[in-house]
Write a new protein. Structure first.
Length: 239
């Protein structure tokens, strides 16, 4: 059972073809090109690398955020279009959970952080329990400095991963003694992790509605906030 997995939640473009038995092919890159320029060529390339025709896919998994508003919309639009056209099941996967898939180690708290701009991060705490990834709190938005400091209060080793860790934490903050930063190659999302979580959902008989599945933004975009500030009368009408 091979599925196509897509992650465009950050500046990284990652596409994979995988089954429960193996990762057949993966293309992950961070370049100056936009997702709208690279995603479809990457999908065609990874299918060719895996020697899998799109009609042979048994499902499509896509990272639904949180993350870049534009990137999430591009990835989800492509996944929806393919799922609808090919009549394949579609499953959405948390970007924060997919990041935690880098470290399937019990007894460790994995804190995944993604850039939410202005010194903030989308974040969530995870642990691996009996071979399953378990969320220890709901995803939220907070100040990076406050998130990292709070990790020092946990009575266990903590691993930080995610794009903003490289920008705001690594070599920039003094970390609590129980906290460490993931290696550079494990700070970015990978479609291989999206694929594994998607395969688990499909194996449980789960699938999302192609028409209803939406990105998991957690907060409103900066454009929406600025528009409301400039048009307070519209906000009042909506209340």
């Amino acid at each position: 059972m091979s599925i196509l997995a897509i992650d465009t939640a950050t500046q990284v473009s990652s596409v994979a073809v995988a089954s429960a038995e193996k990762l057949a092919a993966e293309l992950t890159m961070q370049a100056r090109l936009t997702h709208s320029e690279t995603l479809m060529p990457h999908i065609a390339q990874v299918l060719q690398m895996a020697s899998v025709k799109k009609e042979e896919l048994t499902g499509i998994a896509v990272s639904i955020g949180p993350g870049s508003f534009t990137g999430l919309r591009i990835g989800l639009a492509a996944a929806k279009a393919m799922a609808y056209a090919l009549q394949k099941p579609l499953v959405g996967v948390s970007t924060l959970a997919a990041l935690a898939g880098h470290f399937p180690v019990p007894g460790v708290r994995i804190v995944t952080l993604l850039d939410a701009q202005k010194g903030n991060a989308y974040y969530e705490h995870f642990s691996w329990e009996q071979g399953q990834l378990v969320s220890k709190q709901a995803a939220a938005v907070g100040k990076v400095t406050e998130i990292v400091t709070a990790c020092g209060d946990l009575a266990m080793p903590v691993i930080l991963t995610g794009d903003i860790v490289a920008k705001k934490v690594r070599d920039k903050m003094t970390l609590p003694t129980n906290v460490q930063v993931a290696p550079a190659q494990q700070l970015m999302p990978r479609a291989a992790n999206v694929a594994q979580l998607g395969l688990q959902r499909l194996a449980r008989g789960e699938a999302d509605n192609v028409m209803d599945l939406e990105p998991r933004y957690i907060r409103r975009s900066e454009a929406e906030v600025l528009w409301e500030q400039r048009h307070p009368e519209a906000k009042a009408c909506n209340n």
